[in-house]
Design a protein around this ligand. Structure first.
Ligand SMILES: [Zn+2]
Length: 520
């Protein structure tokens, strides 16, 4: 162990076990100490655990003493003592390249490249909310493929993405743009009709990079002139679409609100029903017998009807949603109670990106246990994505994607609405844990995460430790400058533009506030 041992690791900042250690994210060994670690499969919280990470993946998980005994001496240590560590979350239904005004005339003037760049902003907000993987269902111009690849190549930061490209739908249906009159003769690129048409469209979206096929089998509340309860495709068209997707090895996600469309899609063999708003007992039985996933996107039924207003959302769409909300919640609660397989998904874009964690509380309100809601966002979503070999658990061989929260989410799942620590692929992308380095007499105020997930602000207090803090900080900076670095971003998450990290290069986390303090 070299001279670069920096600060007491119990202080919550990243610490270095030795001189010249590799930075997280470069594949060097990383050792994470977890005060508690949630086994999402069993629901057991194991105390004093550790994870050894190498080359983005988890190499070992187990009791801290056991892992520490043989961890490489040069490993970077991240001390999450006092925190509960969980796998990074998966949102199986996002629209990172969209905003809520996607159905407005103004949106017709937004180009696909612009959508991809907007997606970069939303990808960051989503990752900062603890969602290290998303399935993106629907994007124009393959903006989602571009975003996925840019994240993979390290050009922008964001979650791992599984993407659909343009969503497939019938002429005049939910996936078409019905805002323009005939003179423009405009249809969205995912529009296909007839058996031959849908088969060709599936081949086309796969050709351009789609990993999952998204299809609309009913109307929706964010499209003009469509009926959420009405079907959009014939059985023959839908069966051909699903058969071709399966032949190409791609799962199918079906947007479906009404019962006719849900039954049609489940019988055709889709992998998931997205929304499922009006499902009845027969739908529930069909889905259970076929093992079809439901992605209930339930938080939107609380947020959207209350907040959707013209001009961002046309009056017709807002009213459709307000009418559907009460029965949606009742029906989805029945599906949860009946034991339909649930995967976590939010439809983010219908409300601001980065609020994905509010879905946990909404699922619990439907009658799901806190553990069940966490399983939906880890094990089950990973299964739906067919990515159980890479994400969804903290076990050897999977990506080191994890989050840490200051209290037990099984007691209060709403703590997951505010995630202070996020790691993706062994790299710390967010660290806003309270730190003793801004100890008493800090001139600025500081915030302490509360049980309910909010931050409580505390003002300045007594004794000055500033000189000591400055010295320790300088030592820490020295270690960083020597290249023994970990990527720690000490800034706020509210405004991502122009933030500078401690390396003098742009933050991957988010800006503005100094680290919050834990002492009281
Ligand atoms: Zn959607």
């Amino acid at each position: 162990m070299g001279a670069a041992r920096v600060v007491g690791c119990s202080w919550g900042l990243l610490c270095l076990l030795g001189w010249g250690t590799a930075a997280a994210g470069t594949g060097g060994p990383v050792l994470v100490k977890a005060g508690q670690l949630l086994d999402v499969r069993t629901g057991i919280l194991h105390a004093k655990q550790a994870l050894l990470i190498e080359n983005e993946r988890i190499k070992e998980v187990g009791p801290e003493a056991q892992i520490l005994a043989h961890a490489p001496s040069g490993a970077q240590l991240i001390d999450l003592g006092g925190y509960t560590v969980l796998p990074g979350f998966i949102d199986a239904h996002t629209h990172l390249t969209y905003r809520v005004d996607v159905a407005s005339y103004a949106w017709l003037g937004v180009s696909a490249p612009r959508e991809a760049l907007l997606g970069a902003r939303h990808a960051k907000a989503t990752l900062m909310a603890g969602f290290t993987t998303v399935r993106n269902l629907g994007a124009r111009g393959y903006a989602d493929v571009a975003l996925r690849d840019a994240i993979r190549d390290g050009d922008v930061i964001g979650p791992r993405m599984q993407v659909s490209g343009p969503a497939i739908g019938s002429t005049g249906g939910h996936m078409d743009s019905n805002l323009l009159p005939y003179a423009f003769r405009y249809s969205e690129e995912g529009i296909a009709d007839g058996r031959e048409g849908v088969i060709r469209k599936v081949r086309e979206v796969v050709k351009y990079g789609s990993e999952v096929v998204k299809v609309a089998v009913t109307g929706g509340f964010l499209s003009v002139g469509t009926n959420p309860n009405g079907g959009q495709y014939s059985d023959e068209e839908l069966q051909a679409l699903v058969a071709e997707s399966k032949r190409l090895g791609k799962p199918v996600a079906a947007h479906a609100h009404g019962t006719v469309g849900i039954k049609q899609a489940v019988r055709a063999g889709v992998d998931s029903i997205e929304h499922g708003t009006e499902l009845d007992d027969e739908c529930i039985q069909l889905m259970k017998s076929r093992g079809t996933y439901l992605v209930p996107t339930v938080f939107l039924w609380s947020h959207f009807p209350e907040n959707a207003r013209p001009p961002e959302v046309p009056q017709e769409q807002a009213e459709k949603a307000r009418e559907m909300a009460p029965s949606a919640k009742r029906n989805l609660a029945k599906a949860v109670k009946a034991g339909v397989k649930i995967a976590f998904g939010t439809d983010s874009s219908v409300y601001p990106h980065g609020m994905n964690g509010h879905e946990f509380g909404a699922l619990v309100e439907l009658g799901m246990s806190p553990l069940g809601s966490i399983q939906a966002a880890t094990l089950h979503a990973a299964d739906l994505l067919r990515w159980s070999d890479r994400v969804g658990e903290l076990k050897p061989g999977l990506y080191a994607d994890l989050v840490a929260v200051p209290s037990n989410p099984l007691l209060n799942v709403r703590i997951l609405e505010n995630i202070p620590f996020v790691m993706k692929g062994g790299e710390v992308v967010k660290d806003q844990r309270p730190s003793a380095t801004c100890a008493p007499h800090a001139t600025s105020s500081f915030a302490v995460p509360q049980e309910d997930g909010t931050l409580r602000t505390h003002g300045p207090t007594g004794v000055s430790l500033l000189p000591i803090v400055r010295r320790l900080w300088a030592t820490f900076r020295g270690a960083v400058d020597a290249g023994a670095a970990a990527r720690v971003w000490l800034d706020d998450t509210s405004d991502v533009d122009g933030a500078i990290g401690i390396y003098g290069r742009p933050c991957v986390g988010q800006p503005a506030r100094r680290p919050a303090c834990a002492h009281s």
